[in-house]
Write a protein that binds this ligand. Structure first.
Ligand SMILES: Cc1cc2nc3c(=O)[nH]c(=O)nc-3n(C[C@H](O)[C@H](O)[C@H](O)COP(=O)(O)OP(=O)(O)OC[C@H]3O[C@@H](n4cnc5c(N)ncnc54)[C@H](O)[C@@H]3O)c2cc1C
Length: 322
């Protein structure tokens, strides 16, 4: 941090502690318009775009300034980022212990009403008194799971009021160290803007370098096709490291936008939609309950801890109906 501050005088200006206490416009506004009113010039705006908006899931014009400010002020999940050393699998294994989890069983239709809830897959029907819907927002928006009867209007308003941010990762494996010693991550002014090495601190002769892109960064790269996106992103890395000779031994594009079971990265609250996540979280007729990152409180949306807490909230709601 200290090094980043020394090298980039604009570094701190994107952090909440550097923002003046100026409220957003009544009814909310887009993050870029708010930051312009606060006094951001081109350089800090560009920095915010690659360092904050990219991680938040979409372009600044699609991000609610009110929600961004809430998120910056919220420290209830702890300060900073945490990494599960054994990988996220470890968390899921623990949560799933003893439960009859069925993988590769897509639900095609969900019937619900006074008699209970029935989830139809290609060959089976699962019946229960109540259902907890944890489908990704992108899947709900695409309508690929049919609700019978149709969901009530306020639920559809919430689903369509949010955005599913487009997210991709580009992963390269090199047979040599690539990032300068001691450097774990870098932000580029090009696309993709965010790079890091999961090999950092690992005892391996090979180096994996990952790039993460959302919003226009992701849309523009995807428009080049898989090979084109991988080439264009590699070119950005070569430029940043000033190593035109850099050649990976393997490259992979992880594309959540075109994955039918996610249809994007995670939810984004657009300007004026600050109540949409809470509305999405509301149970329907004490029959359908809602969990998943898009139903978390705004400051925790789009995160694993938000998804986790939303499941606990849905469980409490169901218990309170007994
Ligand atoms: C690239 C990327 C990086 C991220 N990095 C971080 C991070 O560093 N920290 C953090 O906290 N969060 C991060 N997130 C966000 C985090 O992963 C999500 O918020 C979280 O996984 C959401 O959990 P969920 O249960 O709501 O949804 P999901 O994990 O998406 O689970 C929904 C499940 O529904 C399944 N499904 C879809 N359609 C059907 C169907 N028809 N029938 C049955 N099942 C279906 C899907 O296969 C999926 O398993 C990241 C997300 C992405 C995409």
């Amino acid at each position: 941090m200290a090094e980043a501050r020394r090298l980039y005088p604009d570094f701190d200006v994107t952090r909440s502690w550097a923002l003046p206490d100026m409220p957003v416009l009544p009814g909310d506004e887009a993050l870029d318009s708010y930051l312009c009113r606060v006094g951001f010039t081109t350089t800090p705006l560009e920095y915010t775009r690659r360092a904050y908006a990219n991680a938040a899931g979409d372009d600044m014009r699609y991000i609610s300034a009110q929600v961004a400010r809430e998120e910056w002020a919220d420290t209830s999940a702890g300060i900073g980022d945490f990494r599960i050393l054994d990988g996220y699998d470890a968390l899921l294994q623990d949560l799933a212990r003893g439960l009859p989890i069925r993988l590769n069983t897509p639900v095609e239709r969900l019937e619900w009403g006074v008699g209970g809830a029935r989830a139809y897959t290609a060959n089976e029907v699962f019946e229960a008194d109540r259902a907890v819907i944890t489908l990704p927002l992108g899947v709900l928006q695409a309508g690929s799971v049919r609700f019978v009867p149709e969901l009530p209007p306020d639920k559809l308003t919430a689903i369509n009021g949010l955005r599913m941010g487009p997210a991709i990762k580009l992963v390269y494996q090199f047979d040599q160290p690539v990032l300068p010693p001691g450097i774990l991550a870098l932000y580029s002014a090009g696309a993709p803007p965010m790079w890091w090495s999961p090999s950092f601190g690992q005892d391996t002769s090979k180096t994996v370098v990952t790039a993460f892109a959302t919003g226009s960064y992701a849309r523009d790269l995807l428009a080049l096709g898989e090979a084109g996106a991988l080439d264009a992103a590699l070119d950005t890395l070569r430029g940043e490291l000033k190593r035109r000779d850099l050649q990976p031994i393997q490259a992979h594009l992880a594309n959540w936008v075109d994955d039918p079971y996610s249809r994007g990265g995670y939810s984004v609250v657009p300007p004026g939609q600050i109540g949409a996540r809470a509305m999405l979280a509301q149970p329907v007729d004490n029959r359908l309950f809602w969990a998943g990152e898009a139903t978390a409180k705004n400051a925790w949306g789009a995160t694993v801890h938000g998804a986790y807490a939303s499941g606990q909230r849905a469980a409490r709601e169901i218990i309170s109906t007994f």
